[in-house]
Structure formats: C-alpha cells, structure tokens
Design a protein around this ligand. Structure first.
Ligand code: ATP
Length: 207
C-alpha cells in the first residue's frame, strides 16, 4: 500500500508577469524556499496583470512554458496556471481565496520584491489580503524591504528574505532580446533557447 504524500503545510505563492522569467526570479524563489522552509512554492504567471500596462505581454502559453523551463530541477516548485485560465484581471486575492479552500491546512506566504511591497496598498482587496497571508519580501536592486507610509498602523506579518542583490529585470531582458543580444547571463539556458526559437520580444513595441 502506498501512503499518499502529506499535504503541504507551508506554501509560497510567487506571482508575476514572468515575461520572461529570469535569474533573479529563480534566486528569489530559492531564497524563499530555504528561508521560509516551504514545502512548496507555486509560481503563478499573471493572466492580465492589471497594474502593468507598459507593454503587450507575450502570449500566456509562452510565459507558462518559460516558467516550466525556469523551475526545472526543483521538485518543490510548481507551475500554477490558475491566473492564466481565469477571466478578467489577475488579482492575488482570488488565488489566495482559492488556495485557502484547496489547502485549508496550509500557511500561505506571498513572495514579492520591494517594488511590489511598496505598492501593496494599491492591490485589489488590499484590506482583506493584507492580514490573510504572510508577506515574504526581498530587497530589490538596492531598495531594502520597507513598507509604504500607507501601511503605517496596519499590522501584518512580514518575513524579510535574505536575497542577494541582482540587478535584473524582465524589461531589460526584453530590450536586449529586441536588439538580438545574448541573454545567457540573465535567464536559464533553456529559457534563452525558447525565446530565440519563438522569436519573442523581437518587436520592441510589443510582440
Ligand atoms: P518587468 O521588468 O516586466 O516589470 P520584473 O522583472 O519586475 O518585470 P515580474 O514578473 O514583474 O518581473 O516580477 C515578479 C516578482 O519578482 C515581483 O514581486 C518582483 O518584485 C520580483 N523581482 C523581479 N526581479 C527582481 C529582482 N531583480 N530582485 C528582487 N525581486 C525581483
């Protein structure tokens, strides 16, 4: 008789456009796994990221495929496509509510960089979301984890992640890809091959 695996008790949620997933995403995810002793870290590519309007995103199936390549080799990483399948804007609160119902035994951690932590008060259903998870925050490009003044007097659980400084952004990667430059230092080799094969980001105005 095989014993089913115990349900995960500590689950991380790592959302983003992942357009494309890059080296800092992987390091941030590995840092979160270790620092928070997570049983599982779910990568959630956003379907329609309602706060990012600066560029046209690569097709959902491309971003999901690249996340699958980026998480390869770490069995605690899971590609969670729920936000790609959901209609309308991708709100973290909807994913948190769903996961609470699916995994009632688990403690949920939302993993974010400082740029997102700073704008947390602008997130949809912020009041409900703030206290319903633990926030795992990493410094980003020299900006240390620090709440915006809007969070003053709003108690919430925060874990600061010991993330090494990595000045990498998907924006810079898309710009480099548009110029046909080498991406191997910035993304996983399989992701670089995928971008080249599908000729992603060749048009700097979109895709
Ligand atoms: P873009 O340049 O398109 O805005 P991005 O590089 O910020 O994209 P996202 O997919 O939006 O990538 O990021 C997902 C999460 O990863 C966010 O919480 C973001 O703060 C975090 N993150 C991304 N890059 C870094 C980095 N270099 N250091 C720390 N955190 C990062």
């Amino acid at each position: 008789m095989t014993v089913p695996p115990a349900p995960p008790r500590r689950i991380g949620l790592f959302g983003g456009s992942f357009d494309p997933p890059h080296r800092a995403h992987r390091v941030l995810a590995e840092t979160a796994l270790a620092a928070l002793a997570l049983d599982q870290l779910r990568w959630l590519p956003a379907g329609a990221p309602w706060q990012k309007t600066g560029h046209v995103l690569a097709e959902p199936q491309h971003r999901a495929a690249m996340v699958a390549l980026a998480i390869d080799g770490e069995p605690r990483f899971v590609l969670d496509e729920r936000e790609l399948h959901r209609r309308g804007p991708s709100y973290t609160i909807d994913s948190v509510r769903e996961l609470r119902a699916e995994q009632p035994q688990a403690q949920l951690f939302v993993v974010i960089g400082q740029d997102q932590y700073q704008r947390l008060h602008t997130w949809h259903a912020f009041d409900e979301l703030l206290g319903s998870v633990t926030w795992a925050v990493a410094a980003r490009e020299g900006q240390l984890p620090r709440p915006d003044a809007a969070l003053a007097g709003r108690p919430h659980r925060v874990e600061v992640l010991p993330m090494p400084r990595l000045d990498v952004s998907a924006t810079v990667i898309r710009q480099r890809a548009a110029r046909g430059e080498d991406l191997t230092a910035l993304v996983a080799p399989a992701v670089a091959r995928y971008i080249a094969l599908h000729q992603l980001y060749r048009d700097p105005a979109g895709h």
